[in-house]
Design a protein around this ligand. Sequence first.
Ligand SMILES: NC(=O)N[C@@H](CC(=O)O)C(=O)O
Ligand SMILES: [Zn+2]
Ligand SMILES: [Zn+2]
Length: 350
Amino acid sequence: MADASARTLTLRRPDDWHLHLRDGAVLNAVVRETARHFARAIVMPNLVPPVATGAQAAAYRERILAAVPAGMDFTPLMTVYLCEETDPADLKAAKAAGIIHAVKLYPAGATTNSASGVRDFSKVQKVFDTMAEIGLPLCVHGEVTDPAVDIFDREAVFIERVLEPLRRRTPGLKVVLEHITTREGADYVRQGGDDIAATITVQHLIINRNHILVGGIKPHYYCLPVAKREEHRLAVRAAATSGDSHFFLGTDSAPHLDPAKESACGCAGCYTATNALSAVTEVFEQDGALDRLEAFISLNGPAFYRLPPNDARITLTKGEAVDYPRKIATEAGPLTVFDPTFPLHWSVAE
Ligand SMILES: NC(=O)N[C@@H](CC(=O)O)C(=O)O
Ligand SMILES: [Zn+2]
Ligand SMILES: [Zn+2]
């Protein structure tokens, strides 16, 4: 489809396999930014209070659909937030009704709005067993919360201490290790067989921890899992651009209003929906991997989730630097768009 000198790419319309849309004023402002480019998205359930039941997922889905501007075609794929009280029968019913496509595991305290997450994994083993039985994937925020573990080691330690034992206890459970940031994450998933996959974000293809900390603290580059050393960024980037079916785009676009980011205790999350597709295309071009872009953004995700790829196509065109907004206005205040640090040249025909 694409060669190194391509200036136009026509690809199947992509999906975003990890997205935060929030609610209310922010939802109303950000949903169009995603719907412009992506046909579907796995919508994260970490609202306050969390989306914890099938009924709450159905109600959130209605609020999202009501916020999609007229004439735009966007399908939210809902998830439920795993709590120690989650009822396996409720998940079964919500999956059978086509409302939910995954369950999200947040270790309690690991990230934004994760206070209701799981503390004692033995309390949710029945839920995992049911999910394995009905083929409902588990999306995992893969970081331990043990205060004794260094924040830069939390993903690798999670794989060893939590994820591998959980998968051994629950044969057949399909797992997405979300937003991987390490060589260990990429290696584990690549070698993990057909029941595991990983999402990779835009920012983790582009930034390492220096971007956050050198020359002053840059709150808009702070997200969780936090960006690691350069060698890890390169390993994650190689996984994305390899075309390997275990890896697909989940932007983890995570809007927080500017005052909440630019603060003495700034929130974790990068807002990337607006320029995600241009940035990912630029990355694949930089690495001579445009022929593997469609696998990463449009094919590998649906295959893992056992959904058909989109029939619609998008056209990406290379030209002068793309002029995308630096901020998105919402009725609650501004959101800063992720700055990839280099100009983007690929625009998307809408
Ligand atoms: N990635 C982040 O840094 N933040 C996400 C939560 C998450 O995906 O862990 C958010 O909801 O803001
Ligand atoms: Zn997360
Ligand atoms: Zn996220």
